[in-house]
Design a protein around this ligand. Structure first.
Ligand SMILES: Nc1ncnc2c1ncn2[C@@H]1O[C@H](COP(=O)(O)OP(=O)(O)OP(=O)(O)O)[C@@H](O)[C@H]1O
Ligand SMILES: [Mg+2]
Length: 362
């Protein structure tokens, strides 16, 4: 791969500086700005120079380390030239773009960076998504960079598109900002090409899967309303089932909201009755068929990802979830994270389950 890329002088100067100073470097740039190419070139060059180099992949869409929807940590080995690095640790993010999952992304990157330095990384390169425009992107980048506190901030820009983010860090002690132009050799990728790259990575990931049962007893459930409220009793569920014309299999109340899991299609006409029965102002209904294929992160009790799963069935009364997963150690699962995308077994994205978790607002 190195033979195919054009390496400008400013890349060599940057590499010499990082080699001399070490530390954490965050790469910033729009989509198709050459971030991953530069990150991988730096990994190879600095590893060849004798540095212990780690790569944290924060690009949850066009992932280099681990499957999409995860952030990954890998260490370079000197002879390794292939662009896909074997992950040492993964954190679940749950979506293939950052907008709805900014907290898991920022926190996950921080945890992976800590892991890398505990493992003796002298240089740590953090690759990021091309999500740079607009107030949400600026907020995410600010907090991510603030949390990681990089020594080097590497900005690949065509024009001045990163300046709104960079100005937030001007004058910050201990941070060196390097502005580099986007290479004219960058080959842009279409939405379709990006999507099929993700599908291919998901298919590879789930190839050796089987149906795995996970007990939710003593397990933390993240990214969903599940087990966050007070369960409704069976008589209440029966009454709600009649009002909504669909079987309510589980329900919880939390402050002024209620959350219901239903089988079949509930009738909207019954909602006002359900609200007054429950004495809440908002009822959120999740239909079981709408969450089939939802991406799950099966993590250990420290939040380190053991495996991804695709939700097949959810029984909240007995506290059991069935998912399609290559997970070899279901007994080690300490946290089940609910993601916000659904996939079919061929890796095709079936769209966002909702904006952040499994609930469907009605
Ligand atoms: N300096 C370069 N010389 C030759 N080809 C390059 C160079 N930089 C990038 N490319 C090519 O351009 C394409 C896009 O680059 P890359 O994947 O690094 O961009 P990116 O900013 O990481 O994109 P994304 O936002 O999708 O993650 C790749 O095919 C890569 O090989
Ligand atoms: Mg990239």
């Amino acid at each position: 791969m190195s033979g195919l890329i054009e390496v400008p002088d400013d890349w060599r100067a940057l590499s010499a500086r990082i080699d001399a100073e070490g530390g954490l470097a965050v790469l910033l740039g729009a989509s198709d700005s050459g971030k991953t190419t530069l990150a991988c070139w730096l990994v190879r060059t600095l590893t060849a120079a004798g540095r212990r180099v780690a790569l944290v992949d924060g690009d949850i869409g066009q992932s280099t380390v681990g499957p999409p929807a995860t952030a990954g940590l890998a260490f370079a080995v000197p002879a390794q030239i292939e662009p896909v690095f074997a992950p040492i640790a993964l954190r679940f993010v749950g979506a293939v773009s950052p907008a709805g999952q900014m907290l898991p992304l920022a926190a996950g990157l921080k945890r992976l960076a800590e892991r890398a330095s505990a493992m003796g990384a002298e240089v740590l390169l953090v690759d990021t998504t091309g999500f740079i425009l607009g107030p949400s992107a600026r907020r995410l980048k600010f907090h991510k960079i603030d949390l990681l506190a990089p020594h080097h901030l590497i900005a690949l820009q065509r024009d001045d598109e990163l300046e709104p983010i960079l100005r937030l860090f001007e004058g910050r002690k201990g941070m060196v900002i390097s502005r580099l132009p986007v290479s004219p050799h960058v080959i842009p990728r279409s939405f379709q090409v990006r999507r099929s790259y993700r599908a291919q990575r998901f298919v590879e990931y789930f190839r050796e899967s089987s149906v795995v049962g996970i007990s939710l007893h003593g397990v933390g459930v993240q990214g969903s309303w599940i087990y966050g409220g007070k369960p409704l009793d069976p008589a209440g569920l029966r009454g709600l089932s009649e009002e909504l014309g669909a079987q309510v299999v589980w329900g919880e109340r939390s402050q002024d909201e209620a959350f219901l899991l239903v089988q079949g299609a509930p009738s909207l006409h019954g909602l006002p009755l359900a609200k007054s029965r429950l004495g809440v102002s908002d009822v959120r209904v999740t239909a079981t068929h709408e969450i089939r294929g939802l991406l799950l992160g099966l993590a250990d009790a420290d939040g380190e990802l053991l495996a991804l799963g695709l939700l097949q069935d959810l029984d909240l009364t007995s506290g059991r979830v069935l998912c399609l997963s290559p997970c070899a150690e279901p007994h080690r699962v300490g946290i089940v994270h609910f993601g916000s995308i659904r996939l079919d077994p061929s890796g095709e994205e079936l769209g966002d389950a909702t904006n952040q978790s499994v609930e469907i607002h009605m």
